[in-house]
Design a protein around this ligand. Structure first.
Ligand code: HEC
Length: 272
């Protein structure tokens, strides 16, 4: 090998990935135009964009600062690159109670209004792109289980089922609290895992985050959202934690995509 070919090889091995992984994506994504739904096929005329603001956006920043993206991706890959779409709860749900099949791949527009697109570095923990939806589903199943255990009748005499609102009203403070559940997970992941709430998740390598909590005096009954109470002290979430939890609860990337952006051969028009 001559010195010349060595340098050509060196330039190519750094240059080609730089071109393909940085320059091309940057060129195509730095100024994306919003996509509009069209009236005939989608039966609506607003824009396809993630609506995110206030505390949720602050939470996105905390997510970036804490390095959550090192272990959690937020991308449902197209089916030529993986089986993500077919994993229940990852890219959406196969049979959503109101919207039917909501599974779809992730688009760049899903990260609208986030300073950084947290696509993730590795997938050591579960993909969080649709975590908000999974959490909502967990809330429903947990509430129903508690209702059954408490002897609340979910199915009424005329065979209709109680709605979630009615179940929550019947459960009172026994209802599943999504925020408290996440505070506990963030405080000590080894105690609160999503798949087995209450079970010990002793193996979890999700980081514990004492930096999100402060100790305050405990007077009276203590805060409903305290993750730990002992010796006249209680551990409660600070503002950064509340923003992060707000962000996590709102992680949903399964909204209907405009007809024009669907790649499938059997594209679906609205209402069909
Ligand atoms: C070292 C890798 C790692 C880091 C860093 C990490 N996690 Fe995790 N995370 C995991 C693993 C592994 C699991 C699965 C086990 C469990 O449920 O505890 C998990 C689970 C979760 C879950 C439950 C998700 C589900 O669908 O079951 C949430 C929510 C979560 N992590 C949020 C976070 C947040 C927020 C951060 C940043 C503050 C973070 N994680 C940082 C590895 C990590």
């Amino acid at each position: 090998m001559t010195v010349k070919t060595f340098f050509y090889g060196l330039i190519a091995s750094f240059g080609v990935p730089w071109l393909v992984m940085l320059v091309v994506p940057y060129g195509s994504m730095r100024s994306m135009e919003p996509v509009r739904y069209d009236e005939i096929n989608d039966e609506r005329t607003d824009l396809f964009q993630a609506k995110r603001s206030g505390r949720t956006s602050n939470g996105s920043l905390v997510y970036a600062q804490e390095g959550c993206a090192m272990c959690h991706s937020q991308v449902t890959r197209p089916s030529y690159a993986g089986v993500d779409v077919f994993r229940e709860g990852q890219g959406g749900t196969k049979s959503h109670p109101e919207r039917g099949d909501t599974r779809r791949i992730t688009h760049a527009w899903d990260f609208e209004r986030e300073d950084r697109a947290h696509i993730g570095e590795a997938r050591i923990g579960p993909d969080l792109g649709n975590f908000g939806n999974r959490l909502a589903a967990l809330e429903v199943s947990e509430n129903e289980a508690t209702a059954v255990a408490m002897g609340v009748k979910i199915v009424k005499e005329d065979k209709s089922r109680l709605t979630q609102k009615e179940i929550i009203a019947a459960l009172g403070d026994k209802a599943f609290d999504k925020e408290l559940y996440l505070y506990k997970h963030l405080y000590n992941p080894r105690e609160e895992g999503l798949n087995d709430p209450g079970d010990e998740n002793a193996w979890s390598v999700c980081q514990s985050n004492p930096q999100f909590f402060k100790k305050v005096g405990n007077f009276g009954q203590g805060a409903a959202t305290a993750v730990d109470v002992k010796d006249g002290q209680q551990v409660v979430a600070n503002d950064r934690c509340k923003s992060l939890v707000n962000y996590l609860i709102n992680l949903k990337k399964d909204g209907a995509v405009p007809y024009a952006m669907q790649y499938a051969k059997n594209k679906k028009k609205a209402g069909k």
